[in-house]
Ligand binder design. Sequence first.
Ligand SMILES: [Zn+2]
Ligand SMILES: [Zn+2]
Length: 277
Amino acid sequence: MLDDKHKRFLQCLLHCPMVSVKELQKNHAICFELDRVQDVSEIRNLIRILNEKLKVGQLAIRSRLCEDSNEEHFVLLSLTETEAAKHISEFSHPEIDLLKYILKEIVASETGTISSIDCINFTSSVTKLGKSDAQKALEKFLESKWLKEKEGEVSLTVRALMELEPLLRKIDSELSDCKLCGALAVKGVHCPSCNIKVHRFCLSRISRASSTLKCPTCHKQWSSFDETLNPSPSSQATTHSSQSQRYSSESQAPASSTSTCGRRRRTRRLADSDDSD
Ligand SMILES: [Zn+2]
Ligand SMILES: [Zn+2]
């Protein structure tokens, strides 16, 4: 049986759509009335026990790394697809249409992001929402942690990757998994030869273990992963400004009902090694 402390801990997870390791440790210390935070391995043991109990309700506490920060986040999620879909029923039908369109554009984009301006401009083609309602809807998606925004670019949170994975795969049947960890990879880098996709954090892990990096599928040598993983500030600035330019020119374009998915599906590629083959 679960005691009150366990129940409080579960309620914390129920109220927060997703928590970082630090937040998890803090919640744990509060719920279990501890003087200091416990090591995360202790909390993982507790989660294993709780997951056994949660099985009956088809719920589970799972974690995944953020595709940007590599930071682990924990989510209390439903293991049934219909239940996960219900979570977005807090929104109105036009808002859900907008969210689905935003998800579609994010998974089809080169970078796994779209600009917040584009999100609002989609309303004219997909929903009956006015621009100010779309702005409010976007704020709701960000608040409820389905989406996140950084410097005007909107992308998927760990919560969305975990809870909406079946929906994302329905939206885009070509969505790839990371060839190194097997999990869904929305943001990642592609092999220039065979086009497989890997997470940046998975690539970073194998690059630490080996001096020469090879594609796990076609075994062609990759040379410029350092540049890919750690772009210099100047190249970051260039990328960002060129993206902003592209987005601003799109946002000024007249609204059209044509999806931008096809034309924007480009991939970030690793450079071929000069001496490969
Ligand atoms: Zn991976
Ligand atoms: Zn390859």
